[in-house]
Design a protein around this ligand. Sequence first.
Ligand SMILES: *[C@@H]1O[C@H](CO)[C@@H](O)[C@H](O)[C@H]1NC(C)=O
Ligand SMILES: *[C@@H]1O[C@H](CO)[C@@H](O)[C@H](O)[C@H]1NC(C)=O
Ligand SMILES: *[C@@H]1O[C@H](CO)[C@@H](O)[C@H](O)[C@H]1NC(C)=O
Ligand SMILES: *[C@@H]1O[C@H](CO)[C@@H](O)[C@H](O)[C@H]1NC(C)=O
Ligand SMILES: *[C@@H]1O[C@H](CO)[C@@H](O)[C@H](O)[C@H]1NC(C)=O
Ligand SMILES: *[C@@H]1O[C@H](CO)[C@@H](O)[C@H](O)[C@H]1NC(C)=O
Length: 369
Amino acid sequence: MLLSTILALLLLPIAALGGSATLLDALYNGSVKPESIAAAGDLDMPKIRPGVNATSYDWWYFDVVSTDARASVTIVFYDSGPEGFINPYERGPLSVSITGLFPNGSAYDFSAPATSAVVSRHAGGSFATSGVYKDSGFEWKGTTSSDDGEVTYVVSIDAPSIGVNGTVSFKSIAPPHYPCGLNVPGATEQLFPHVFWSNAIPDALAQVDLSLAGAELKFDGYGYHDKNWGDTPFVTTTATWYWGHAHLGPYSIVWFDAVDSVGTEHFSGYVAKGGKVLLSSCAKDSAVARPWGANDTYPPTVTTGVMQGLDIQFDLGHGKTFWANVSTTAVAIDFGVYVRTLGTVTGGLHGCSKTFDGIALFEEFKFTS
Ligand SMILES: *[C@@H]1O[C@H](CO)[C@@H](O)[C@H](O)[C@H]1NC(C)=O
Ligand SMILES: *[C@@H]1O[C@H](CO)[C@@H](O)[C@H](O)[C@H]1NC(C)=O
Ligand SMILES: *[C@@H]1O[C@H](CO)[C@@H](O)[C@H](O)[C@H]1NC(C)=O
Ligand SMILES: *[C@@H]1O[C@H](CO)[C@@H](O)[C@H](O)[C@H]1NC(C)=O
Ligand SMILES: *[C@@H]1O[C@H](CO)[C@@H](O)[C@H](O)[C@H]1NC(C)=O
Ligand SMILES: *[C@@H]1O[C@H](CO)[C@@H](O)[C@H](O)[C@H]1NC(C)=O
């Protein structure tokens, strides 16, 4: 047996209990390997080994939409090569961006580079991680209560160079999952070829308290945290995609419906009720999202305007379907190939007269002309 194999076997129990990874603000020059099968405790850890190269990406994403679907914040911790994803590449792969809407509809957008980063998880088998993006002023801290397993994450910002400071806090109310099922070792992490996803916090009670270049942004809402990664330029793997999450009545829902570059449609649907998972699947039609109203071209193209709304159908199995009708209330980002929107949502179980109202934050990529 190779010494490295013996060491890896010896280290395995330690890795399962805790551990940390350092990310360098330099591209790896060579072939990288994306993690594709879940390992215990690994859900929210770095996924590209040995480190991102020019054409790969790994990021941690957080968002909150206000309870009136008017204000928002999205924070993304990037570790991304210049051709990996479409985010602005600063002087290296590590950077953090914070974007969103003030309640009056004005957009804000700040970003800061980091010089290195450390992502660590805690002992005790929880998936919660903490990440410090050095010299950016941004970090997140995830914890799991040893009493009841409650997961909380707090993003803290102290970035005087860009005039941003404050906190965004998340208290999870729905269990984590991967594209095709819950957080168990051996689960597939692949959404479709070369694109991977884990969703640590599908829904959360969230509080935002930020100072943004002198302006205050303070609101309560529903939050979300996930991560994506891939080993091939995102624009070459994806043709169109709808992703989003919503909170309505007792329900937490997450949809993902994308068409890849060879024209195959891929699905991932998640529905939880009061924190109990009813659906976590990548089966065909597990979540089918289609635009309605103005700008309802499907599949959308780069010139299609922002959709007036989205109709989403979740196949819960056993003949049951959950439906959600999202109406766009505000546009946080629109630059042709990418749209991020806020909305109100109405939905419920098909054939059930009881319907629920809530709020959503959703996005669309459209790379086809
Ligand atoms: C990457 O490695 C190749 C092969 O060793 C070398 O030719 C190339 O100059 C390296 N590129 C960079 C940016 O270091
Ligand atoms: C990055 O890794 C991918 C996956 O192994 C590989 O296909 C690609 O050629 C690598 N890119 C560079 C610039 O080395
Ligand atoms: C941001 O920092 C300023 C200056 O220290 C402070 O007055 C303000 O309360 C902070 N904002 C938040 C949201 O913490
Ligand atoms: C909206 O609110 C922000 C933050 O208070 C402010 O900076 C901006 O000027 C306002 N925009 C408009 C159009 O009033
Ligand atoms: C539809 O898209 C056009 C731009 O193509 C835009 O002006 C319009 O506001 C959009 N309609 C709705 C309801 O969002
Ligand atoms: C969704 O809601 C809108 C606005 O209330 C309505 O016009 C539309 O018909 C609904 N769509 C579906 C598929 O129920």
